[in-house]
Design a binder for this molecule. Structure first.
Ligand SMILES: N[C@@H](CCC(=O)N[C@@H](CS)C(=O)NCC(=O)O)C(=O)O
Length: 152
């Protein structure tokens, strides 16, 4: 079977969620990990080829491009015979989906189009301590060097 390809960035919480699921289910051995740089203002042609919205994670599999981490997680969870991380039904399913929504929380911010528009126009999108013109707001959770916060 041809390897699946996952377009990801180490700092992306969405991609991290997919990678954790892949590791927990043993599917990581079947996935080629493609580390990419994405930004709302500088398009990445490679990523755009696999996701018209230009975001990661994106999974190329069997001639199909899957994107949006919940979709990719559901797909991968359907591709192994072990214990399901996203149970198909019952209370366990809703608890798992709720947990997934919580994992997505830190990365969510304003839509790509408005972030890009603000970035291009140079409009301030957040106020820094000096009051100087801030760089376009980007979710810290998505920045390339971010790491998950230690649990309290
Ligand atoms: N709902 C999407 C969100 C993905 C997302 O926002 N990814 C960020 C990286 S953390 C991204 O690709 N940003 C690039 C951009 O906004 O152009 C998912 O769950 O996969």
């Amino acid at each position: 079977m041809a390897k699946m390809k996952l377009y990801y960035s180490p700092g992306s919480p969405y991609a991290r969620k997919v990678r954790v699921l892949a590791m927990e289910t043993g599917l990581d051995r079947k996935i080629e990990m493609v580390n990419v740089v994405v930004s709302p203002i500088v398009p990445n042609a490679d990523v755009d080829m696999h996701n018209p919205i230009g975001k990661i994670p994106a999974l190329a599999v069997k001639g199909m491009n899957l994107f949006d981490s919940p979709v990719i997680c559901e797909y991968l969870d359907s591709q192994h015979k072990g214990r399901k991380l996203l149970p198909r039904k019952g209370r366990e399913r809703w608890v798992a989906l709720r947990l997934q929504a919580m994992a997505d929380g830190p990365g969510s911010s304003m839509p790509r189009s408005s972030r890009a528009t603000r970035a291009r126009s140079g409009r301030r999108t957040s106020t820094g301590p000096t009051g100087s013109r801030a760089r376009p707001r980007r979710s810290r959770a998505c920045s390339p060097n971010s790491r998950p916060r230690p649990s309290r």
